[in-house]
Ligand binder design. Sequence first.
Ligand code: BT5
Length: 256
Amino acid sequence: MTAGAPPPPQGRLGQPLIRLGAVGSTNDLARRLAETAAPEGTVVVADCQTHGRGRLGRPWASPLGGLWCSVVLRPAGARASAGLSLAVAVAAAEAIEAVASVQVDIRWPNDLLVAGRKVGGLLLEGVGGGVIVGIGINANVPSEALPADVAARATSLHLAAGRPVDREALLEAVLGRLGHWYGVWATDRAAVLAAWARRDLLRGAPVRVGPPGRTVEGTADGVDDDGALRVRLATGEVQRVVAGDVAVWSPTPGAV
Ligand code: BT5
């Protein structure tokens, strides 16, 4: 940890906790609150979002039944938030497993999957002096409530576990595990990396990643502690990719 940095608020996330019925995006509201000095640990949770967002402004379907929440964090130190998404992903995966008893894999950079289908996603956005951590989980979202193209690749905890999950218990678990892993991340990046690696869906897979025209092809070789994907090229050289979407070369196109 950075010398002199205050310890993160382990286990104290959710003070205050702002609950809403419908909202545009919990990340947007959390950002506005953070800009007006909301304390670290402030949480916004909504029953549904009318303008839920993924990365690059992509729409995030957020009907009733899901867990849509955002947490204001204010990490201290020079390295700011690099790699924080790794800790968030591990926390969300553990929370889901604790509440729904299904195994969760992580697909770089920010997808949570159950049996190869996306059950949740993370959206971390910087704000002056902090980070908004957005977490979306299809807890009890019926597939009919999702756009058809999304439903084809997604699942819900209800579907995967064969029973509805308690969204309140899920929120509590998410905040509890996030408090824990945020603390670990501040002091022991290697532990976060090890936990992430155990859930790494892509490790050893042939991948193609990066923006059009600048794609990198090789074998996924885990992540660095700043969150960059390591891709081992045919030459043996490892190239770091900091952002993008991953395609896996698969005999069944679109299988992941
Ligand atoms: C993500 O983006 O996966 C990040 C999602 C973060 C959502 C949370 S909810 C609380 C907070 N408030 C917000 O406004 N956002 C955060 P990305 O990797 O860009 O994935 C987006 C893609 O996932 C879309 O283009 C769809 O293909 C797919 N998708 C959309 N809605 C989905 C859903 N409910 N379940 C599974 N996949 C979905």
